[in-house]
Each structure stands twice: as structure tokens, then as C-alpha cells.
Design a protein around this ligand. Structure first.
Ligand code: PEP
Ligand code: MN
Length: 348
């Protein structure tokens, strides 16, 4: 249920509304507007009538939220959610570029990649240290050693780091290092993990599951939002279809659909969506043209020898070219790539 307060409501009236919501066993979540406030009452709503809320002082309107996802819905929060990551904002007019290798493999590999992508205009550095590999015999990631290298890359380039978390047991360690938690496609419905991330106040990049519907993605985001963590970025990364020419099929529709349904930022991962370096730039361009708020792209200095996802990784020069094209598309869309204004503090 959404309760819209009258313009110039008083703090006491808002408190009254919050109290009645709690008396009904529901949890209030307040979104403050310029003159008004919207209070979402979420939980198991079994209230036959909205009357007890409509008669409260300071209340303008009361409506049921028709969608199953509540806090992520535009009904509850009509404006785009815009929030800061270190050095830039996501969800506003600026388009953000997250780039880096699939996995951190060595100190020299991540430092070289970090400097190259920063130079080309990236806003944040990605790199997995716990890798969700299909085979248990494949490279699983460097763990804490990889986090230390990422921290050094952040120190040198000023870029915040985006790292995948696979399990609750990794939380305490990762909290010390990461700026944005990535939840991978395979963990999109790991509800315990999502709840735990909802208790943190770090941004979460939530990827769409391999065969998940848009609504399921939004319901997963809801687990994080319900814990009070409002900084969720959704990521379309391709879905499984009957097509075998590419690793996945980019659901480009998902971008405008998500932008309609939710106020959360939506980004595209053209690397996993296509699985081949030849298709990454065209699909990145398409994503921005479709209204994505950013892209996350795999870049490797030596893709032929990458420990994972070499086939879909761009060499730094190709990445730089792609950024220029994305910039041009962004301008057509009346947007721009988030400026890089943090100085590089040390050379490599
Ligand atoms: C990744 O980002 O390297 C990754 C494993 O992505 P996804 O979860 O989308 O497969
Ligand atoms: Mn990968």
C-alpha cells in the first residue's frame, strides 16, 4: 500500500501514519519528495479496507501497490533512484562504465588493466576473486590475495571496485575491501545472500539469472531493498534461449521494461550477454541507445591467456574505441559518460 502525504504535512502527521502502519504489522518505508512524502507499507497486506489510513491527518491518497515488487516499484518511488558510488553517481543522467577482467589473476594483470581502463574513461574497476565456475576443476579465483591487488589498483587509479560475492561466509572479508558487491547470475535467487546484503549499506550490482524473468529479477532486488539497503543496481547480462551462436541472448527489451517498472538504475553487461569480443561493442552501443544507465565490460590485457572468459574480453585498445562510441550514443540520448575527475595517484 502507498500512502501519499498532503503537501506541507507535519512531522507529527507522518509519525501518526507510521504508527498505524506498524499497528497493522506492516513495515513503513518513507520516500521524501520536495513537498510531500510517500510512505510504502509493505508486508503481508490483508487489510480489507483502506479506510483506517484514508482518515488519518495529513494523508492525501492511499492506493494499493499492484505489483508484487513493492519498494523497487515506480509506484512507490516515481523518480529515478540516484546514488553515489565513490567518485560518480549512478541512476542519473550520467552513464557509468565499469570495466576490468573477469577474474583477478595476478597483481600485474589487474594493475595493468586498471590503468588502461581508467585511461579510456572507466568509472569503476571490476574483477572477480571468487569465481562461480561451471567446473569445480576450473580456476576458482585468488580470494583475499585478489582483493589486496584490487585495493592497490583502487589506490593507484582512484576507481572504486566491484567484486562478486558468492556466499555469506565471504561477507566479513569482502566488507573490508569492496565498494560494490556484485551478485552473479547464478546467485540471483540466493535469498539468504540477498537478505544479508540488504543489511549492509554498500551498493549491490544484481545480475539477472540465466533463466530469470524480469519480475523475478525485481523480486530478488526486493530482498535487498526490504533490508533497508536502497543502493541496488540491476544488470541485464543475457538470458538462455534456443540460440547457440552466442553464449547468451541479450534481452535488450529488458532495459526499457525495467526502466518503466522500477526506479533502480539498470546497466547492461554486453560481455556475458554475447560471449564474444566481436559483439561486445555493438551490444554495448545498443544498450545505451535502449536507455541503460551504464555498462559493465570485461577487459583483459592478454585475452588469449585469460584464466576465464578470454573469448569475450576486450583488449584495452578495443575497449577505448568502444568507450568513444558509447560516448557518442550517450550524447544522442542527451546523456554523458560520468566524468573521471579523481586524479590518478601513482603510476604503475
Ligand atoms: C562475471 O561477471 O564474471 C560473471 C560470472 O557474470 P554472470 O554472473 O553474469 O555470469
Ligand atoms: Mn566473466
Amino acid at each position: 500500500m502507498i500512502i501519499v502525504m498532503k503537501p506541507h504535512y507535519t512531522p507529527q502527521q507522518l509519525e501518526g501514519v507510521v504508527n498505524v502502519i506498524k499497528q497493522h504489522g506492516l513495515t513503513p518505508h518513507i520516500t521524501y519528495g520536495v513537498e510531500t512524502a510517500i510512505v510504502a507499507a509493505v508486508g503481508e497486506v490483508n487489510i480489507p479496507s483502506l479506510d483506517p489510513f484514508e482518515i488519518l491527518d495529513g494523508v492525501e491518497t492511499v492506493k494499493r501497490i499492484s505489483q508484487p515488487f513493492k519498494l523497487g516499484s515506480r509506484q512507490v518511488h516515481p523518480e529515478n533512484s540516484v546514488f553515489p558510488i565513490d567518485g560518480f553517481h549512478v541512476g542519473g543522467d550520467d552513464i557509468v562504465i565499469i570495466a576490468g577482467p573477469c577474474a583477478v589473476e595476478s597483481k600485474s594483470q589487474i594493475l595493468e588493466t586498471a590503468h588502461a581502463v581508467r585511461e579510456a574513461g572507466a568509472n569503476a574497476l571490476r574483477g572477480g576473486v571468487f569465481k562461480p565456475r561451471t567446473s569445480p576443476y576450473a580456476f576458482q579465483g585468488l580470494g583475499e590475495e585478489g582483493l589486496e591487488y584490487l585495493a592497490e589498483a583502487r589506490e593507484q587509479t582512484g576507481m572504486p571496485i566491484v567484486v562478486e560475492i558468492m556466499s555469506q561466509v565471504q561477507l566479513d572479508l569482502m566488507l573490508k575491501y569492496v565498494d560494490v558487491f556484485q551478485v552473479g547470475a547464478r546467485n540471483m535467487q540466493n535469498f539468504n545472500l540477498l537478505r544479508m546484503l540488504g543489511e549492509t549499506r554498500k551498493s549491490v550490482l544484481l545480475k539477472r539469472g540465466l533463466s530469470a524473468t524480469i519480475e523475478e529479477l525485481l523480486m530478488s532486488a526486493e530482498y535487498i531493498l526490504a533490508g533497508g539497503n536502497k543502493q541496488v543496481i540491476l544488470c541485464e547480462r543475457g538470458i538462455r534461449t534456443f540460440e547457440t551462436s552466442t553464449r547468451n541472448t541479450t534481452d535488450i527489451n529488458a532495459i526499457p521494461v525495467l526502466k518503466n517498472l522500477t526506479h533502480l538504475p539498470v546497466i547492461l553487461d554486453p560481455s556475458h550477454a554475447t560471449g564474444h569480443f566481436d559483439y561486445v561493442a555493438p551490444i554495448a552501443r545498443a544498450g545505451i541507445a535502449a536507455g541503460a544507465d551504464g555498462i559493465i565490460v570485461e577487459v583483459h590485457p592478454d585475452p588469449a591467456h585469460a584464466a576465464s572468459d578470454g573469448k569475450q574480453s576486450l583488449k584495452p585498445e578495443k575497449f577505448a574505441e568502444m568507450v568513444k562510441q558509447v560516448k557518442a550514443i550517450a550524447e544522442v540520448m542527451g546523456r554523458r559518460i560520468a566524468p573521471v575527475n579523481k586524479p590518478v595517484t601513482a603510476g604503475w
